[in-house]
Write a protein that binds this ligand. Structure first.
Ligand SMILES: NC(=O)c1ccc[n+]([C@@H]2O[C@H](COP(=O)([O-])OP(=O)(O)OC[C@H]3O[C@@H](n4cnc5c(N)ncnc54)[C@H](O)[C@@H]3O)[C@@H](O)[C@H]2O)c1
Length: 452
């Protein structure tokens, strides 16, 4: 697809950090006609992008990289990339800090080098920070570094925006091309206009653009994720109530609840806790921010605390159903379907809790096995398939709603005549098929769960 109606002159964009977010963003921008230079420290990522090979697991990325090879190249040369582009997106990691904030230890050296390059560049350049940062970071830390190293004034001689993306891993390409909205924190209107026009060229839909100063944009980013974690936790609370209420079913309740336009249906499936690389840490960061300014952090703290209890409660249920010397089979280690990311996933946390109790665990995930091995290697059985995992287990837990798990062959479950227990956290299976052949526990359904 060609860039047809970009109302500004931006053609050349650089993207620094070719990871889970940067590689798809670079590919999507190239797909929409921009000329992209990707920059990464990691030789293997640079080489992979230049060969059209994905650097990360993300559905659709391979096809985009292959179809955009003439418009997308990668390099380690950050200065060269700045000179050859008009706009630079920064998507390097911002690891969480113990007290709940985000470290800028990867952002700072990138900004120093960008500042050095801007000193030698006569054309105006726009720097876009897309990595997640704590409110205050863009104005108080990023901007001064760029100004000092470039010797130029932000907003006059170069532009700076803070513009996070709202994407879910597994859906990153669709989310980048058709976002609900665009968020721009801007140093000055000219910079905001320019970035809005870049997004106009990127998006296949026509999303509203929310433009504001840096601190409001930084706060909005954390607020979106914290609102969603609160919503998930609310749905999980309903699920726990339904389990103790004869005749209740959380899906029935939440599908009606979601019809209220004040509430909405998304992220309202009562199941188990949230995980992944963004939700838990953004929620904690908002709490840390609130504490840091002497505001109340109770709601965000409660969400985190309730969420952490979910997996402990699940472990208790599993243990209560496990025969002596029994094996637990965990289906699903990625924190959601269609990703290989296992960070803070409920399946992985469940495995760790059970292992600490001396329980034997077998695991299977369609994409997350490699990453799970880095954490669990040597302590669990890594099954080759859904069926192999189910077959060795006395209690099977479906912890992630992968499509594959919906096709769990009933015949496997009756093999050896053992009556297995099946805990279906996401209610992906049909109770009428599986109920008669296993002890079936769909979470969120009345009177099915007997735990303290
Ligand atoms: N992954 C998501 O879904 C998501 C969503 C919203 C926001 N974010 C934010 O985006 C940022 C990036 O996240 P990610 O998941 O893509 O990280 P990632 O770890 O997958 O990728 C980061 C990339 O940056 C590269 N890098 C590190 N230092 C560099 C440097 N000095 N120069 C060039 N490259 C460098 C790394 O080699 C890596 O390829 C984080 O702040 C994250 O919080 C991520």
């Amino acid at each position: 697809m060609k860039l047809t109606e970009n109302p500004n002159s931006v053609r050349n964009i650089s993207v620094v950090g070719l990871g889970k977010l940067g590689a798809p963003l670079a590919a999507c921008l190239a797909h929409r006609g921009y000329q992209i230079t990707g920059v990464d420290l990691d030789d293997t990522k640079v080489q992979a992008i230049n060969e059209g090979i994905p650097t990360v697991f993300e559905p659709g990325l391979k096809e985009l990289l292959q179809s955009t090879r003439e418009r997308l190249s990668a390099t380690k040369d950050l200065e060269g990339a700045i000179h050859n582009s008009q706009v630079t997106f920064i998507l390097v990691p911002t690891p969480s800090e113990v007290q709940g904030g985000f470290s800028l230890r990867h952002v700072v050296p990138v900004c120093e080098r960008i500042g050095d390059a801007l000193r030698k560049k006569s054309d105006r350049h726009l720097v876009v920070l897309t990595s997640t940062v704590l409110p205050g970071s863009t104005a108080n830390e990023v901007m001064p570094i760029l100004e000092k190293r470039s010797g130029k004034r932000c907003g006059r001689e170069f532009g700076l925006c803070y513009s996070p993306e709202f994407v879910a891993l597994g859906n990153v390409i669709r989310d980048l091309l058709s976002p609900d909205f665009i968020l721009i924190g801007e140093s000055d209107p000219r910079s905001g206009d320019l970035l809005a026009s870049v997004y106009k060229g990127l998006c296949e839909n026509d999303p509203p653009v929310a433009r504001m100063n840096f601190v409001n944009a930084e706060l909005t980013k954390l607020s979106v994720n914290t609102f969603v974690t609160t919503k998930i936790t609310f749905a999980n609370m309903l699920a726990r109530i339904c389990e103790r209420l004869p005749g209740a079913n959380v899906d029935v309740v939440t599908s009606a609840l979601g019809l209220d336009s004040r509430i909405g249906a998304k992220y309202l499936k009562g199941a188990i806790g949230y995980g992944g690389p963004c939700f838990p840490r953004d929620n904690l960061a908002l709490a840390a921010l609130a504490r840091g300014v002497n505001a109340t952090a109770t709601l965000a703290e409660a969400t985190d605390s309730v969420n952490r209890q979910e997996v402990r409660r699940l472990a208790k249920l599993v243990q209560s159903k496990l025969p002596v010397n029994g094996v637990v089979g965990i289906l699903g280690l990625s924190y959601k379907p269609n990703t290989d990311v296992v960070e803070e996933s409920q399946g992985l946390l469940l495995a760790q809790i059970l292992l600490a109790e001396g329980i034997s665990v077998a695991v299977y995930d369609p994409a997350g096995m490699k990453n799970a091995r880095k954490v669990l290697d040597g302590s669990v059985v890594f099954a080759e398939s859904t069926e192999a995992c189910a077959q060795v287990a006395d209690v099977i837990v479906i912890a992630t709603a992968w499509e594959q798990f919906k096709r769990l062959p009933p015949a496997i479950l009756t093999r050896n005549n053992a009556r297995r227990v099946l805990v279906d956290c996401w209610r992906v299976l049909d109770a009428r098929t599986y109920g008669p052949i296993v002890e079936y526990f769909p979470l969120g359904v009345g009177t099915n769960v007997e735990i303290g």
